[in-house]
Design a protein around this ligand. Structure first.
Ligand code: AMP
Length: 111
């Protein structure tokens, strides 16, 4: 079981900022920007490469939640959504998650 599943199940604490039947959003424990949230499906999906056609609506829903959170956290000047997939991309938790970053200028290209 991943650490994010434990957060979903309230087995370990997190600073949860949004929840509905399908997803959860909480503050990253090691923030890389003034606003750094993680938005995750409650369904256990390991990464983008494990998505299936039945997850289409879920992923769309998550992006609308991200849009709403960006407004709520006053990121109208710009924000970034990042999902790391696999070892080379630096994915450390094998439960699909979208980083929502903002509140400072974000450089491109990323590291
Ligand atoms: P990634 O490297 O893309 O897999 O991102 C995993 C993220 O999860 C990292 O930014 C970590 O700081 C964050 N993280 C790990 N454990 C926790 C936790 N218990 N609560 C909140 N964020 C966490």
């Amino acid at each position: 079981m991943t650490i994010f599943k434990k957060i979903i199940d309230r087995e370990i604490p997190a600073d949860i900022v949004y929840e509905d039947e399908e997803c959860l959003a909480f503050r990253d424990i090691n923030p890389q920007a003034p606003v750094h949230l993680l938005v995750i499906p409650k369904k256990e999906i390991s990464a983008v490469d494990a998505l299936s056609p039945e997850d289409k609506t879920l992923v769309g829903h998550i992006f609308l939640v991200i849009q709403q959170l960006a407004k709520e956290f006053s990121l109208e000047d710009g924000f970034r959504v990042v999902t790391n997939n696999g070892l080379l991309a630096g994915q450390t938790v094998p439960h699909l998650h979208f980083h929502l970053l903002g509140g400072r200028p974000l450089l491109w290209p990323p590291g």
